[in-house]
Design a protein around this ligand. Structure first.
Ligand SMILES: Cc1cc2nc3c(=O)[nH]c(=O)nc-3n(C[C@H](O)[C@H](O)[C@H](O)COP(=O)(O)O)c2cc1C
Length: 311
């Protein structure tokens, strides 16, 4: 079966997702060392901080070619982030939350590989037309920001693989070898996993957040901010506050004002489980222990191989 290891310099067709407040240089380096793509999530970083994380990751791995940066395009400093990363030798970019037309041709002219995150077949076609090398198709199960159409991974992947010729990487709800095998059956050539790596030893997620994942149940997450920027969260006091405002029909301005600033940092990085925002996917209740990235990758790959051999 063709897979994404033909395009990316990795051993296994797995991408450790770029995640705000969670995927810094340490996690990315551990991922590169384990044979997968290690992605630094630049969404929560000023360009100078991104530089520190790239340099840290490069110092912790013998496989700097397996390091990538995720740049959400909504961020006003995204161009500076790209330039900083290119200057430091990063050659793989995962772009999200914006139009694939904005930077793809320029990044390609700088010699980079560009993968854009999509949540619909229509956007996947736009990524292909913009010259992206591959697509990450992310279903509604995923942690973090979600597509408006609520397409689940199970229905999204086959429709995206039918819609485009470039490789499709599946994301959303993939936690173990079973999920990876299913994604390949649906036509994907690789998987991106976020939630599973939040609970890794090397992630920057606060210990309280990791413990909350380990003790989560299948009904622990819910999507909020549906009309504005849909995001899947672990239910807590912060979530209840947003939900109440939404039920009351609050405007976007009111929601933003009541949310205040810095809630994601407070929750995910600083471990405030009550007042902080905790982005996580539906698959969190399948994560039952905190493991090293190497253990996670070996477990996922071994289970996947057993499944495809019919063992
Ligand atoms: C804590 C957290 C933060 C995330 N931050 C980002 C981000 O900054 N940019 C982005 O493109 N996706 C982000 N995502 C989505 C992931 O990149 C990935 O696509 C998703 O986690 C895959 O689904 P899963 O969580 O079910 O594995 C985030 C996800 C989580 C759980």
């Amino acid at each position: 079966m063709k897979n994404i290891t033909n395009l990316l310099p990795i051993k296994y067709p797995i991408i450790q997702a770029g995640m705000v407040w969670v995927s810094g240089g340490k996690l990315a380096a551990a991922s590169a060392n384990a044979g997968i793509l290690g992605v630094i999530g630049a969404g929560s970083m000023k360009p100078e901080l991104l530089k520190e994380h790239i340099l840290k990751a490069q110092s912790l791995t013998k496989h700097p070619e397996r390091l990538a940066v995720n740049v959400p395009l909504l961020y006003e400093k995204s161009l500076e982030q790209f330039q900083m990363a290119l200057d430091l030798g990063i050659k793989i970019f995962i772009t999200s939350a914006g139009s694939p037309k904005t930077y793809t041709s320029w990044l390609k002219s700088c010699g980079a590989i560009v993968i854009h995150v999509t949540s619909s077949p229509e956007l996947a076609r736009k990524c292909e037309a913009a010259g992206c090398d591959a697509i990450i198709a992310e279903g509604f199960e995923a942690g973090g920001h979600n597509g408006r159409d609520e397409l689940t991974t199970m229905v999204l992947i086959p429709q995206v693989t039918d819609a485009v010729k470039i490789p499709v990487i599946a994301a959303g709800g993939i936690i173990d070898g079973r999920g990876m095998a299913a994604a390949f059956c649906l036509g994907a050539q690789g998987v991106q996993m976020g939630t599973r790596f939040v609970a890794s030893l090397e992630s920057s997620a606060h210990e309280n957040f990791r413990k909350a994942i380990i003790h989560s149940t299948p009904s622990s997450t819910m999507l909020v901010m549906k009309k504005h920027v849909p995001v899947r969260l672990l239910k807590n006091k912060f979530y209840e506050g947003i939900k109440k405002l939404e039920d009351e029909g609050a405007s976007e301005e009111k929601l933003i004002q009541e949310l205040g600033k810095g809630r994601a940092r407070q929750g995910m990085l600083e471990g405030n489980l009550e007042e902080g925002e905790l982005e996580i996917g539906q698959g969190c209740s399948m994560v039952r222990k905190v493991q090293s990235v190497e253990e996670i990758v070996n477990e996922v790959v071994n289970d996947y191989q057993k499944i495809i051999k019919g063992a």
